[in-house]
Design a protein around this ligand. Structure first.
Ligand code: TPP
Length: 338
């Protein structure tokens, strides 16, 4: 079915970033952003059918920040994603089937049906499971980065924190430790304009979140978080620097959470005009315009890429729905080291 339509955008929203990536790699970026959004939407539907255990925290509008950053990593690098960064998991190689199965509490999910939502990891893929306490993954990543440094391994740890979470103690302790130890850490502040219902102006009086880097004597960079190529390029630079002994970088990625904090939150506190302005900067639509105009991606090609994602999501949903729930006897297994 040919239903793909290119939404034209105003000149001021067009992506003008110079990119070192090939056409093929750019199409991979597009694939991962589409996949992230399609899975987010599917999970939200399953939530409304009462098939999901726990809450559903999506990343609509923030796909470029997670996907662009992770795309710049090497296989042996590690990430600690937060609730808005599902796209990072797919880039790292997590099978969407396992992701959906986890939400449905099935044994085939990474936490084997013992935890709902996004609190899972996969150490073989280099993914640390999120600790629910906001910003706690920063010191955790410092630990990994320090290990890499002590072993003389050229590996990097990358994590994200929210604008709200950048006011917490672990953020400051973690960034300071990374700075004084010159650790191979890349830290994103994902400024999505809100911490639950609290707008950024009620959270921090610094003009820009990136200014927090100055206080710790490390490099800080600000990036348009809805331009996937820009996110990739700044991440790549920071990652290369970290890998070669140059120490940590703080990157503020400016984006917008285009839904409520979670599916139960109807978002009433976000002014309509503000939301509508961000809608024009949708990272997927902007990238589609870029690909069409700069890489000659045809509507037919877009259609095929969208169909492919739909097939992956349909298959993942079928797999998750058909997978069994865990049995009672297994409740205590895997809780501690066997
Ligand atoms: C230490 C701590 N306090 C409160 C919470 C509850 N909580 C979870 S997400 C959230 C909002 C976080 O906002 P932000 O850091 O800006 O990230 P965003 O949700 O916008 O991505 C809160 C208050 C928590 N998980 N940990």
């Amino acid at each position: 079915m040919a239903d793909f339509k290119l939404t034209k955008i105003a000149a001021k929203y067009k992506i003008k970033t110079k990119s070192s990536l090939s056409r093929e790699r750019k199409l991979e970026l597009y694939h991962f952003m589409l996949l992230t959004r399609a899975l987010d939407d599917r999970i939200a539907n399953l939530y409304r059918q009462s098939k999901v255990f726990g809450g559903v925290y999506g990343g609509r509008g923030e796909e470029a920040t997670a996907v662009g950053a992770t795309f710049a990593l090497e296989k042996d690098d590690v990430i600690a994603p937060m609730i808005r960064n599902a796209g990072a998991l797919y880039v790292k190689g997590l099978d969407p089937k396992r992701f959906l199965a986890n939400f449905l509490g099935k044994v085939t999910g990474p936490s084997k049906g013992k935890d709902g939502n996004t609190h899972f990891g996969d150490l073989e893929l280099g993914i640390f499971a999120p600790i629910s306490m906001l910003s706690a993954m920063i010191p955790t990543c410092c630990g990994a980065a320090m290990t890499f440094k002590m072993r003389g391994e050229k590996r990097v740890a990358l994590t994200w924190t929210g604008d709200g979470a950048s006011s917490l103690g672990d953020f400051h302790e973690g960034i300071n430790l990374a700075a004084v130890q010159n650790l191979p850490l890349v830290l994103f502040i994902q400024n999505n304009q809100y911490a639950y219902s609290t707008p950024t102006r009620l959270n921090c009086v610094a003009k820009d979140f990136v200014d927090k880097a100055v206080g710790y004597g490390i490099e800080g960079v600000q990036v348009d978080g809805n331009d996937v190529l820009a996110v990739y390029e700044v991440a790549k630079k920071a990652i290369d620097k970290a890998r070669n002994g140059g120490g940590p970088t703080l990157i503020e990625s400016i984006t917008m959470r285009m839904k409520g904090h979670a599916e139960h939150d109807d978002f009433f506190y976000v002014p309509k005009d503000f939301y509508n302005e961000w809608l024009k900067k949708d990272p997927i639509v902007r990238f589609e315009n870029y690909l069409h105009e700069n890489e000659n991606v045809t509507l037919d090609e877009f259609q095929k890429l969208n169909d492919k994602v739909k097939d992956i999501v349909d298959e993942a949903e079928k797999f998750a729905l058909e997978s069994p729930y865990p049995v009672g006897e297994d409740a205590a297994k895997g809780v501690y080291a066997d």
